[in-house]
Ligand binder design. Structure first.
Ligand SMILES: Cc1cc2nc3c(=O)[nH]c(=O)nc-3n(C[C@H](O)[C@H](O)[C@H](O)COP(=O)(O)O)c2cc1C
Length: 370
């Protein structure tokens, strides 16, 4: 891949992905809740954060390694769990698992992943975290926990910001459904994007791979609204590995989750895909860090688009960060090579940013004492 198809930024990847993906798939990945206000406000809040350049600090030996739980990864970011990644290109999930393994950082494996959780942890050489959704009466959720345990998962991400699936007008307009329903609009869409359609046809249409096993069913639109603190207590009692709670922006929720035994909180608004008037999570991160103190692990995702953004999130109190759409657009734009380009550019930008601000590493907490 060269010239106009080289990825020098998130926008490059998004632009190429937009050309290659069917409208329905692009709008599913790129879309947000409502009018996209939550997403836009968070991006603006991120843009508004300044990092102070410093001079005459020897920054020649910079190290991007960051410890997450008992493991040190080589880069300061991981991959947030995303459903149906193989929509961006056949084999996308496995590409994500392998790049996470290579850099020894976590890849989130969604409940609604397009590759089975057992395959993902193997491909990620153990660097996979299973992401759980509560749904219906919770009995299916409990079965998934057992299955994750049996597959060797040590960390569970419990996503709690989807009591109901958010309304995302862009995907609704395109008729996005899993499994696909192909009417005239979708047929035209696929015909106009033959590169994607032929590759996906040859690989077999992506589906909800964790639910092909007998006894496991999932309806994306089924209500997830019945999850409550009792459910969380039961989950904490049955899962003795690390428990990360994703989708928290409220200080009181964060403090109670710590009390109830969460091992880490992932501050996030699901990429702005759930509630259009949600507060910018990058600002919530700082509020939660101030309230919860310097030692409790806080992770962050939503709206990160560059290496500078990585450093900004650490500056706001994160101990580790995760990317969502950037990874899928990189794969849609250039497959495995596109993903490597995105990975390199994020790491390089983060490293250059550290150099500018007179730092050689990314310890989250000392940023706060300034
Ligand atoms: C296409 C897509 C599918 C997603 N699926 C899930 C999911 O199954 N489970 C989950 O916890 N989060 C899911 N997310 C949210 C991501 O984990 C993450 O919070 C979000 O993408 C981060 O924002 P960013 O895309 O701006 O980096 C999804 C996001 C996208 C874009």
């Amino acid at each position: 891949m060269g010239g106009g198809n080289t990825i020098h930024s998130y926008e490059d990847a998004r632009r190429i992905a937009r050309r290659r993906l069917p409208w329905m798939v692009f709008d599913y990945i790129d879309g947000a809740a409502g009018n996209g206000v939550a997403e836009a406000r968070n991006l603006a809040a991120l843009q508004g954060i300044e990092l102070q350049p410093r001079v005459l600090v020897d920054v020649s030996r910079r190290d991007l390694g960051v410890q997450v739980f008992d493991h040190t990864g080589q880069v300061p970011f991981g991959i947030s769990p995303m459903g149906m990644c193989n929509l961006s290109a056949p084999g996308a999930d496995v590409m994500l698992a392998r790049i996470a393994a290579k850099h020894q950082v976590p890849v989130g494996v969604s409940t609604v992943a397009s590759t089975a959780l057992e395959t993902m942890i193997e491909e990620a050489q153990g660097h996979a975290w299973f992401q759980l959704y509560f749904s219906g009466d919770g009995s299916g959720t409990a079965k998934l926990v057992e299955r994750a345990k049996a597959a060797g998962y040590k960390t569970l991400i419990m996503t709690l910001d989807v009591p109901e699936v958010g309304r995302r007008p862009r995907e609704l307009r395109r008729g996005f459904k899993m499994p696909f329903r192909i009417g005239a609009l979708q047929f035209l869409d696929f015909a106009l994007h033959p590169r994607w359609s032929i590759a996906s046809l040859m690989a077999g249409a992506p589906d909800l791979a964790n639910f092909k096993t007998p006894g496991f069913t999932f309806d994306r639109t089924e209500s997830r609204a019945a999850a409550n603190w009792d459910f969380f207590k039961r989950l904490r009692d049955t899962w003795d590995g690390n428990l990360v709670v994703k989708g928290v922006t409220d200080v009181d929720d964060a403090l109670r989750l710590r009390e109830e035994g969460a091992n880490a909180i992932q501050v996030s608004t699901h990429g702005g895909r759930q509630l259009d008037c949600a507060p910018p999570p990058i600002l919530a991160l700082r509020r939660i860090r101030d309230a919860i103190g310097p030692t409790f692990p806080l992770f962050y995702d939503t709206g990160l688009r560059s290496g500078e953004d990585i450093v900004k999130a650490y500056h706001m109190g994160a101990d580790f960060v995760f990317f969502g759409r950037a990874m899928q657009f990189a794969i849609a734009a250039g497959g495995r090579d596109g993903l490597s380009q995105m990975w390199r550019l994020l790491a390089e930008e983060a490293s250059l940013t550290l150099a500018q601000i007179g730092r050689i590493s990314l310890p989250g907490k000392p940023f706060l004492s300034e």
